[in-house]
Design a protein around this ligand. Structure first.
Ligand code: PMV
Length: 305
């Protein structure tokens, strides 16, 4: 029996534009999802996931693993048990974390080697097969961990010695990522020049954001996040609830604040001076946001002791 965990994630900058080839920045968070796997000799695959309504990502991941590793039906007996520090409602990337952790756990119980790159590629394929869209940034965070500068086709770790001073506020609304991505794609079909200009501008902000993050210029990073949020609003993916939390955080002294992920709900992030943390958290709660306490650049997929 073996337990593997993978972290959740928060998009720092660059959502939506990353789907169309621009870079983004993502950090893995210390809210983890755990997959315990045990080989059985009954030839059956059983999945126990009491915290989720469906297991389509696990099922597709298991099928992908058996197909790519050439494991025959008679050898396939395995039981998987899934537990998580976070629910699929908050937007921390439970689907990507479950695929990544399942692949690693299966490789260990079936004693076949799998590299992190293979884990990323297989989990990304599972996402595309199920959702049809996605950049893979969330899978990169779950696999490699840390804080990443990510572009379709590759990622780069941003070495950081300190935490990113974030406050995270949950709107209480579940975002529908595939629908929002498709909505932005439809907008781009209709107004290609306008939307491509926005994507290019977001890409530039991400590059500047990466520089600011390297030197821990939080004030600058906060300003860049605010600009990013304006573009996301132009794309039509913000919401009243997100705006309320973002405004509250900014008024309470955040350097910057924006939605994190597809938009429409899920979480917002605010970059805050340490002495303002409590005030910002209270401000978010005063507009009915739920503060989520997380630590940034968590470890990627790992075997639990
Ligand atoms: O909703 P989330 O947290 O899965 O983030 C989606 C981010 C997008 O850029 C909109 C989509 C993607 O796959 O990059």
């Amino acid at each position: 029996m073996i337990t593997v965990s993978a972290p959740g994630k928060l998009m720092l900058m660059g959502e939506h534009a990353v789907v169309f080839g621009e870079p983004c920045m993502v950090t893995a968070v210390d809210q983890r999802l755990y997959v315990t796997a045990q080989k059985t000799d009954d030839g059956k695959i059983t999945v126990d996931a009491p915290q989720s309504k469906e297991t389509k990502f696990v099922d597709a991941t298991v099928a992908k693993f058996f197909a790519t590793k050439g494991i025959t039906i008679k050898d396939r007996g395995v039981s998987l048990s899934i537990r998580s520090d976070f629910t699929s409602q908050v937007g921390f990337g439970s689907s990507s974390a479950v695929s990544v952790a399942t692949l690693k756990a299966l490789s260990l119980v079936f004693d076949v080697s799998i590299s992190d790159r293979e884990i990323f590629d297989s989990a990304y394929q599972v996402t595309i097969d199920i959702q049809g869209v996605g950049s893979g940034f969330d899978i990169a965070a779950a696999t490699f961990g840390g804080t990443l500068f990510f572009k379709k086709g590759g990622e780069e770790t941003i070495p950081l010695s300190n935490e990113i001073p974030l406050v995270v506020g949950y709107t209480g609304v579940k975002a529908d990522t595939p629908t929002l991505v498709k909505m932005v794609a439809a907008k781009r079909e209709k107004y290609p020049e306008k939307v491509d200009k926005i994507f290019a501008a977001i890409g530039k902000l991400v590059l500047q954001g990466k520089e600011a993050l390297f030197v821990k210029d939080w004030e600058k990073l906060g300003k860049l996040m605010n600009f990013d949020q304006e573009y996301l609003r132009d794309l039509g993916v913000s919401s009243e609830k997100l705006e309320a939390l973002i405004s509250a955080a900014k008024e309470a002294g955040a350097w910057g604040a924006k939605l994190s992920g597809a938009g429409g709900g899920d979480c917002m992030i605010a970059l805050v001076p340490e002495q303002k943390r409590q005030t910002v958290e209270q401000a978010i709660e005063s507009v009915n946001g739920k503060v989520m306490h997380v630590h940034t650049h968590a470890q990627g997929v790992t075997v639990e002791p």
